[in-house]
Design a protein around this ligand. Structure first.
Ligand code: NAD
Length: 353
């Protein structure tokens, strides 16, 4: 039986980690990589990742997705380039039209119907037309502030309130995230970015809340969101970011989903580069009110970079095996660390052999 064949679109901090992890797994191979960064185009992925090629075929980075998908069959394309549905939509469309399944870590794709219902419907129709599946996943959104709460609620007979808090480090993430969070900018630029909407902060509250609401049948009328700067009192340097004293080292985001004037979901997410440097302890906390109440604490936080890479790699064979259409994490089997042969999950009963 042939291996599961994967193309990567976006070879930044996350894409490279996903590539490196897949290369260490059984029954799966990385057949092509597409990235527009000139320093990578034409280069061997093994050279970029600094790992031996061994007896694997050469893979050189290309800047054209059609070229990356030309050497069929490709079972899944992992898109790690964007955060927003409207930006990643044309990429997903291009891949789906080639008859290839899509897994993306774009945050808004974790529950695209939350803010982009029309594009979500289009993607669902397109995926069904071409017989492939599309999934958005990641660490958050994707697991820590949504799916994990949903999973814990399985041990309850009634849920009246959901509170998810993630105190985390932004240090593992690449340039795209540094830009979205305004790492290193002045307080004035931060305020301006919040006012004119150019600064995103954490992307995913709408999607996390919508996923929880859908899963638990606790609809809400409105979602309000707040965004405050985390101003550093010392210089902080992470692999992809730098914030000088007095500048922005992160964003404290909060949101509340309201049913009338009653809060049903609360999301709390202060994130910054190098929190350890200023004595901030990271952690993940989920508190579910109801019967019986559940109080979960994970300290320190589940690592955001490795967690995202793992979620992408671990969900990938399930996406290949899934029914056609636009999927969310609510549609897939329980995520687990896939250490066995990818083909056993991706090609049940030897399908595609
Ligand atoms: P990054 O900036 O390190 O990497 C992005 C890469 O994509 C770069 O190498 C860039 O050259 C490439 N790229 C962008 N547009 C392209 C295009 N049109 N064609 C070819 N290449 C293109 O960012 P990252 O840290 O790897 O994160 C990638 C995306 O994933 C970000 O938008 C980030 O917000 C998101 N993300 C989501 C989660 C989650 O939990 N869901 C977690 C981490 C990152």
């Amino acid at each position: 039986m042939r291996n599961v064949r994967v193309a990567l679109w976006g070879f930044g901090a996350m894409g490279k980690g996903i590539g490196q992890t897949l290369l260490s797994r059984k029954g799966v191979e990385v057949v092509s990589v597409c990235d527009r960064y000139e320093g990578y185009v034409g280069k061997s992925i093994y050279e970029i990742l600094n790992i031996p090629q061994g007896d694997r075929p050469q893979v050189q980075v290309v800047n054209d997705i059609h070229q990356a998908l030309a050497d069929k069959p490709v079972d899944c394309c992992v898109i790690a380039t964007d955060s927003f549905v409207k930006d990643v939509f044309p990429k997903i469309e291009a891949v789906v039209k080639e008859g290839v399944n899509v897994l993306t870590i774009a945050e808004e794709m974790s529950y695209p119907a939350a803010q982009e219902p029309e594009l979500a419907a289009k993607m669902d129709a397109l995926a069904k037309e071409h017989g492939v599946s599309i999934l958005g996943t990641g660490i958050n959104p994707g697991l820590m502030m949504d799916l994990l709460a949903v999973c814990l609620s399985g041990a309850m007979t009634e849920v009246t309130h959901v509170r998810c808090e993630r105190v985390n480090s932004l240090s593992p993430f690449g340039a795209t995230v540094m830009q979205e969070q305004g790492i290193g900018i002045t307080v004035e630029d931060f305020d301006r970015g919040v006012q004119d909407g150019s600064l995103a902060g954490h992307v995913g509250f709408h999607e996390s809340a919508a996923m929880i609401a859908k899963a638990l049948s606790i609809p809400y009328d409105s979602l309000q969101q707040q965004m405050l700067p985390i101003i550093t009192e010392v210089d902080r340097k992470s692999p992809h970011g730098f914030a000088a004293k007095g500048h922005i080292a992160g964003v404290n985001m909060t949101a509340q989903a309201l049913q009338g004037d009653q809060e049903v979901i609360s999301l709390i997410h202060p994130q910054q580069i190098e929190p350890e440097q200023v004595g901030v302890d990271t952690g993940d906390y989920i508190t579910l009110q109801g019967t019986p109440p559940i109080d979960m604490a994970v300290k320190p936080e589940v690592n955001g970079g490795l967690g995202t890479i793992a979620m992408a790699c671990n969900c990938l064979p399930f996406v290949v095996a899934a029914r056609p259409g636009l999927l969310t994490m609510l549609d897939l089997p329980v995520p687990r660390c896939v250490m066995g042969d990818y083909r056993e999950i991706a090609f049940p009963e030897g399908r595609h052999a």
